[in-house]
Write a protein that binds this ligand. Sequence first.
Ligand SMILES: [Zn+2]
Length: 241
Amino acid sequence: MKIIETHCHLDYLKAMPLDEILKISKEAGIEKIITIGVDPQNLDKVFEISNENENIYFTQGIHPHDAKECNDDVLKKVDARCSEKKMLAVGEIGLDYHYDNSPRQKQIEVFKSHLEIAIKNKKPVVIHSRDADEDMISVLSEYAPRLDKKGVIHSFTSGEELAKKALDLGFYLGFNGIITFKSAQNVRDIAKLCPLDKMLVETDSPFLTPVPNRGKENNPSNLPHIINKLAEIKNTTPEEI
Ligand SMILES: [Zn+2]
């Protein structure tokens, strides 16, 4: 199988050295990795990881958790990075009303600033959305028509209305280890309704380690567990996924 890991945070992995992670990931069939830069302090580090490794691509953007730390300098940096060849998307960006780590108004403002950067640079976006379906639907409906390449709502855990709206607007949905969790029937139901060619696979490492490796730090080599589970849900083969 030739697998692309579409969402992980290689800058956060601590359990193993990066070259070890890349080795076991390659053995697991992972051909290319997109590492997501979200931490204002780590944007350069993420860029360097991609620069130093041929098969690693990257994104940059400020996570809604850190929206309160976003300022013009950070936005300028994200904008400038868009001209780098291996920068594939702006993100992850979005809204998180579950933790409310940043005030909601600030989250919306920072999300929109990043969408403007993506529109200007003709980049797709990587979106994080949690417990914010209503505002997410309204912002995406407003901005999607101007986005050249749309993008993905990663780690999809939202409701059916947002799923359908996002698919209608041309976005992909990203699925990860959550689909292996007993409690996540709602996410498996969304995977069922999502067309195969609108689905992306990801680990979101170091978070959300899939069954059967719960308790260990996640890394891209766990992706086959997610693909196998998706195949079961979609009643098809891992190769097709
Ligand atoms: Zn992430």
